[in-house]
Design a protein around this ligand. Sequence first.
Ligand code: NDP
Length: 245
Amino acid sequence: MLDYQAPPTLLAGKCILITGATAGIGRTAALTFAAHGAQLVLLGRDPLKLRQLCEEIGASGALLPRYGVLDLATASQATTRACIAALALTRLDGLLLNAGVLGTLGPLAELDEQEWQRVLQVNVSANLWLIQTCLPLLQQAPQASLLLTSSGVGKRGRAGWGSYAISKFATEGMMQVLADELAGTGVRVNAINPGATRTAMRAAAKPDEDPLTLRTPAELMPLYLYLMGQHSLGLTGQSWDAQSK
Ligand code: NDP
């Protein structure tokens, strides 16, 4: 999928919401989707970083994004609804649930209760509140795409990846349940496993690794574009590896 070539106007006319847009893969996805014509709505926890990214995208000649501030570590169903309502969206064609936290790595036997709650809240619960809130708008769109972000350790557990791995198994499950519930509707639901990628999260997980040996977020964008655009119509309920051919 890394050799998919998206037409320059692939996402023209589409409104796409991205979480975790202020760093790493989400930031690159925001710049890439905007460059392909999307009207973006960026969600993050840091208003300054959000404003700067919106200005950067606007200055590039792409459509100026809108943004909402939502800390996923404390987001509830009610505060998520209030945040999205304040944006007064009239349409939504795509939702990229990308934000995530690694948490503390280590054996399950030593997992801290608060760390467990935080990772599951950010990586799982907050995504459910966002899906519930955004679904009515996605269902009104002619061809909507909902993308969740998984991980290799969300498909095959590995020692020491603790709450992060378990949260990504839950992400895969959420994708499968939702895809089944929405089968036959205009909303397709898929998950992306970025694979080892040159970001702050990967550096935290593998401090001894040389980041220059890893793919950059930009190299993953063909799959993100493919799944957000019209060429993936009808594909749903699948888990995609961004780095496999
Ligand atoms: P980064 O740590 O670089 O970025 C994570 C993003 O999530 C940031 O924008 C961050 O916001 C946001 N975020 C974290 N906590 C919160 C919170 N409480 N509220 C709102 N936003 C929050 O990670 P990556 O870009 O590497 O990861 C993106 C996704 O890809 C994640 O879901 C991750 O699990 C997954 N992934 C990454 C891999 C990799 O090798 N990089 C491999 C497999 C999966 P802020 O900018 O404010 O810090």
